[in-house]
Design a protein around this ligand. Structure first.
Ligand code: SF4
Length: 217
């Protein structure tokens, strides 16, 4: 790592650690991870007693490469993101994710005050984040941090996460073309459910890993 990279890493570390402190104050189990490998290690350790593991469709989780490792350990993997599944099969997997032992998800935005902000179209991912699964591990790369309010976090999601997500999913939304949110009324609109988790949900063992690396979008 060059000196300038080290300084950038240090600067991001301070923000990540601030978010971890805030998350802990808000009742979550939170962990600073210096790199994605540390996050993968945490997830694999956290999955030891899980028979079923659900995946919320997060690019951050995909980048960790844990799915194949968990599959090799004999876990029942619940991931609806495959073109081989019919719509009904996807729906069934998404329903089963709601009662899995461990649910893995990314986070669209995380404020330095320890608030998790997410926007979904279907809602399966955000629902599983706060009720149903026995344990939830959320991974947030440093690019998801917002030094502001939940409203600022929503703006971050709509301008930086949803446009590339629309493109990835080939949804016909204005932001897919322009890269900016126009608060559309498109039939393909992804922004249908906005959640703010500002304290640990009462009955969900929710862990948040704040990773000092850019992950997903
Ligand atoms: S409201 Fe529409 S244009 Fe705005 S981010 Fe969501 S899908 Fe894109």
């Amino acid at each position: 790592m060059s000196t300038s990279e080290e300084l950038v890493h240090w600067s991001h570390e301070q923000k990540c650690r601030r978010a971890v402190t805030s998350l802990e104050r808000n009742g979550f189990t939170a962990q600073y991870c210096a790199d994605p490998a540390a996050a993968a290690e945490y997830i694999l350790a956290g999955a030891e007693d899980a028979a079923t593991v659900g995946f919320g469709g997060s690019m951050s989780i995909v980048s960790l490469g844990v799915e194949q490792l968990l599959r090799e350990q004999g876990k029942d993997i619940l991931n609806h993101n495959s073109p081989v599944f019919t719509r009904d099969e996807k729906m069934e997997i998404m329903r089963r994710q709601l009662t899995c032992d461990l649910f893995l998800s990314g986070c669209n935005a995380l404020t330095l005050n320890g608030e998790l902000v997410n926007i979904d179209a279907t809602g399966n991912r955000v629902a599983a984040m706060f009720f149903g699964p026995r344990k939830v591990i959320v991974v947030a790369g440093r690019n998801k941090l917002v030094d502001g309010t939940p409203h600022d976090a929503v703006l971050r999601v709509k301008n930086w996460a949803t446009p590339p997500n629309s493109k990835r999913l080939s949804f016909k939304t204005p932001c897919c073309t322009t890269g900016f949110c126009s608060d559309c009324n498109s039939p393909d609109r992804l922004c249908r459910i906005t959640t703010i988790i500002d304290r640990k949900p009462r009955f969900t063992d929710l862990h948040v890993l704040v990773v000092n690396a850019d992950m997903g979008f």
